[in-house]
Design a protein. Structure first.
Length: 480
């Protein structure tokens, strides 16, 4: 049985973003599903576009996502080297075989002369011995494939089915440029042959290259791999999602504290569906069910809200200790008093925000619940006497009762449980419950009428700060 071998072949021309890392996700999952091999190959021959440090960053992004490759530039393998810039001898040997078999020929016309129109075949009309002499003499030339002049070029795509292209649309395209560099289509095919790639899973943007590549497999006498072109990912406005169109790089999600499994899960849903219609899946779940048969051909749109929802589901599955560890760097970055949280206080704060987080870094957006600005608290005090605010009637009495009840909790016993008991006691004494009890309390302490578990917020800010905020309401007693 043939071992499944897939590859991810990025160019080190910038940072990876969700649009191109998605191909890596599918290839990695598919190889794992079939107990196969995942190859990382760097297509770095376009020296002018290569960006310093991009290679290291893309490999770092893949490692963070857990998409470890079995063969590649750093780990080696039996079919290396795995950088195209180091494979010149491999390409030279392949082109020599093509020329010797008559499947390719030297052309002495300028390679850009026929851009935008079909090559007229003039190189084919030169006697092979004459052409060899001119090459030997050092005359500048390119190498072209002798493509079929008539009929159809037929390709089967695992997602889109049979595809036919008139041979007249596929001219004698260039394999090797005048400067000796291989073209993209030629290098890709040679590499896929030499690296024993069985499945080429990539974005639909490569569909136009596929007929040419299919002809090259045929010319080199090797079986074609299974081609599967993923649906195009659009940005939320309907345009193409790409780094040139402002797509956020993968490392930005890492910096924001997204879980790698959440990104892999979300990307798998772009153009693929689970046979059991699940939407929240671990990488192990995905590696058991991923298939080419359930890939769709229709364009799919990147939905940041759906990503956040998926990420929330993954974060919610974490145990509290892991969650605390994940958010702690962001709390330290926020400065005091958040950087000083520890022990039960830190645990209470994180537990209260758990259902609001899609990424660890989201914790920074919710710290205002614990320490609202003076301006926000002043606005909240005014709202407390607004007849349209739930619980405004009798709010002063409720706040006074809460201050007494909470003030009676011993400092050493200040915990979410004892705080909740005191709140219930104050509510019973004032004959208040629901919004009549909790809205005045939240406004006085958090400046919001909705939010996380208020008992945990009070636990985090401490007894003294709680009583100080409740006491501040008395300053505006004449308004109540």
């Amino acid at each position: 049985m043939t071992t499944v071998r897939t590859r991810f072949a990025p160019s080190p021309t910038g940072d990876l973003h969700l649009g191109n890392i998605r191909a890596a996700v599918f290839n990695w999952l598919f190889s794992r599903r079939h107990g196969g091999v995942f190859v990382l190959r760097l297509e770095d021959t376009d020296v002018a576009r290569n960006v310093e440090g991009a290679e290291a960053r893309l490999m770092d992004d893949l490692r963070w996502l857990g998409l470890q490759w079995d063969e590649g530039p750093d780990v080696g393998g039996p079919h290396g080297p795995y950088r195209q810039s180091e494979r010149g001898a491999v390409y030279q040997a392949a082109v020599e075989r093509l020329v010797a078999s008559g499947r390719a020929f030297p052309c002495f016309s300028d390679e850009v002369e026929f851009e935008g129109r079909r090559y007229d075949g003039r190189g084919r009309r030169i006697d092979p011995d004459e052409a060899a002499e001119r090459v030997e003499a050092g005359e500048p030339h390119v190498i072209r494939l002798a493509a079929p002049a008539e009929g159809m070029v037929e390709v089967v795509d695992a997602v889109r089915g049979p595809i036919e292209v008139p041979a007249a649309d596929v001219d004698d395209f260039v394999l090797v440029r005048r400067d000796g560099r291989p073209t993209y289509n030629f290098a890709v095919v040679v590499d896929d042959i030499e690296m024993r790639i069985t499945h080429v899973v990539r974005g639909s943007g490569h569909l136009s290259n596929t007929p040419k590549q299919a002809l090259l497999f045929d010319a080199l006498g090797r079986p074609r791999p299974v081609f599967a072109h993923l649906a195009q990912v659009l940005d939320p406005s309907g345009g193409k999602l790409s780094k040139r169109a402002g797509a956020k790089p993968v490392r930005a999600y890492r910096e924001e504290g997204y879980l790698p499994d959440a990104l892999i899960n979300y990307l798998s849903l772009l153009g693929w569906s689970d046979p059991d219609e699940r939407e929240v899946l671990t990488r192990d779940d995905l590696a058991q069910v991923i298939s080419l048969e359930r890939l769709g051909a229709s364009d799919t749109a990147y939905d940041p809200e759906k990503l956040r929802w998926v990420a929330q589901q993954h974060l919610a599955r974490l145990d509290l200790d892991t969650l605390v560890e994940g958010v702690s760097p962001y709390l330290r970055s926020a400065g005091e008093p958040y950087a000083g949280w520890s022990g039960e206080v830190l645990t209470s704060a994180v537990r209260s925000l758990k259902t609001r987080l899609a990424a660890f870094g989201d914790v920074s957006e919710h710290l205002h619940f614990f320490h609202p600005s003076a301006e926000a608290l002043a606005v909240a005090r005014d709202r407390m006497v607004d007849p349209d605010t739930p619980g405004a009637e009798g709010a002063h009495e409720v706040i006074a009762g809460l201050a007494v009840a909470l003030g009676g909790v011993a400092s050493e016993a200040w915990s979410p449980g004892s705080i909740k008991a005191a709140i219930r006691e104050a509510g019973a004494a004032a004959g208040a419950k629901g919004p009549g009890l909790y809205t005045p309390l939240r406004l006085a302490v958090t400046a919001q009428d909705h939010g996380p578990d208020v008992a945990r917020i009070l636990h985090v800010i401490g007894k003294d700060e709680t009583l100080a905020r409740l006491g501040a309401i008395g300053v505006d007693e004449e308004k109540v």
